[in-house]
Design a protein around this ligand. Structure first.
Ligand code: PMP
Length: 391
């Protein structure tokens, strides 16, 4: 007879504890009581009363939930309007809503790749892109981070059988750097591969209208035929979308299991996202304020001798190295009411633990200065190896 489930799980959990990597959830304080440098609400829209009103209005008009999958009656007029507005923003013929970015990535990879096909991933791609590929049964090969030359060599070496997909985050979620999209597009097209870009962290933030990294790099539908984005970051709500040709979207409706077999996006969220999109396209000052905050963090960190990793996006990693030191630093900041992400393996490579500081258009200069001052203070108080401090 097999051991009881609880005994089996207790052993695994003990191992997790012993590794020092047991993940703990903490209950977050209300927004007015925390200085939040851990969320992905880059434009501050999650706290914008206009969005709160739109969500309430969406629920009142259409109901609290979509009540069914899109194909079984869960698609409402508000979803249609949001899809059309997203397609217009991204300069693509059509867009399709999913309930989350994770689902969208599972759905895209599952619909476009299968056994006998090849996929080439940046090594630092998001977990959902990898999991989608694993579920699809396609071959998965990783190229060196942000290295189109290595991608080229791998595409040349691999025997061209089946479909070929090149897959990359646009803005890397734990590093904040931007993929060399134009080069990836050039190499992909030279090898007859389709480029799938996940711009979860770029849409709303990059480009003059907030159309994201592909638009900022001037890349069209032909160069980036599959574009994924989420509504959970700059849009301040939840949900996701894929944008591309008529054929792509109809194929997802036919073949994407996470789309077909999951309840549609809550109409309140769709109405909230429409309001977010209106703000994103009509209030460029939010992106300007965010840019000024990024510059201010760089200046303040430099003046204090803290070496941030190179990033021009709102994701600003501060390398620490050691896992326990990273956790201790984040906990000490939490005691001050400051929330930052503490990122450690397996999310990042061994020795790559870091504080992940994320900025928002809502932050003020003095809050950013306070963050830097508290990091410097706690590094000293904890007697941390001055890894990040300049000589
Ligand atoms: N892609 C990337 C690059 C991400 O960082 C994330 C979220 N961490 C996702 C996809 C998943 O998006 P969602 O949170 O909407 O599921």
């Amino acid at each position: 007879m097999s051991a009881s489930l609880d005994a089996h799980l207790a052993t695994r959990l003990q191992q997790r504890h012993a590794s020092g990597r047991h993940r703990r959830r903490t209950v977050r304080e209300l927004p007015e009581r925390t200085l939040d440098f851990a969320g992905n609400d880059y434009l501050g829209l999650a706290l914008d009363p206009r969005l709160h009103h739109a969500l309430a209005e969406g629920a009142r008009r259409y109901g609290a939930g979509a009540t069914a999958s899109a194909l079984v009656g869960g698609q409402l007029e508000v979803h249609e309007r949001l899809e059309a507005a997203l397609a217009e923003l991204l300069d693509r013929p059509r867009a399709l809503l999913f309930s989350s970015g994770f689902q969208a990535n599972l759905g895209v990879l599952g619909a476009l790749a299968g056994r006998g096909d090849q996929t080439f991933h940046d090594r630092l791609n998001h977990a959902s892109l990898l999991d989608g590929t694993r579920l699809s049964g396609a071959r998965l090969e990783r190229f060196l981070h942000a290295d189109a030359g290595d991608l080229d060599a791998r595409l040349t070496r691999a025997q061209a059988t089946g479909a070929r997909l090149v897959v990359s985050d646009a803005v890397f979620s734990m590093d904040g750097d931007i993929a060399p999209l134009a080069e990836l597009a050039r190499v992909s097209s030279a090898h007859g591969a389709w480029l799938v870009i996940d711009d979860a962290h770029g849409v709303g933030v990059l480009g003059s209208r907030g159309a994201g990294a592909a638009s900022a790099a001037g890349l069209s539908l032909e160069q980036v035929p599959v574009l994924v984005g989420t509504l959970s970051k700059a849009f301040g709500v939840q949900g996701a979308f894929v944008a591309g040709s008529e054929g792509l979207i109809d194929s997802l409706v036919q073949f994407s299991r996470p789309y077909v077999y999951s309840t549609g996006l809550a109409p309140a969220l769709a109405n909230g996202a429409l309001e977010a999109l209106r703000i994103i396209t009509t209030e460029p000052e939010l992106r300007q304020r965010l840019g000024a905050n990024i510059a201010h963090l760089h200046d303040a960190a430099q003046a204090a001798g803290l070496a941030l990793a190179p990033s021009t996006t709102p994701i600003q990693p501060l390398p620490v190295g050691d896992e326990r030191e990273t956790m201790a630093l984040a906990q000490a900041l939490a005691q001050d009411g400051i929330r930052v992400g503490a990122i450690r393996p397996p999310t990042v490579p061994l020795g790559g633990s870091r504080l992940r500081i994320t900025l928002s258009a809502r932050h003020h200069a003095d809050q950013i200065e306070h963050l830097v001052e508290r990091i410097v203070h706690h590094r000293r108080a904890l007697g941390l190896n001055p890894l990040t401090e300049k000589p």
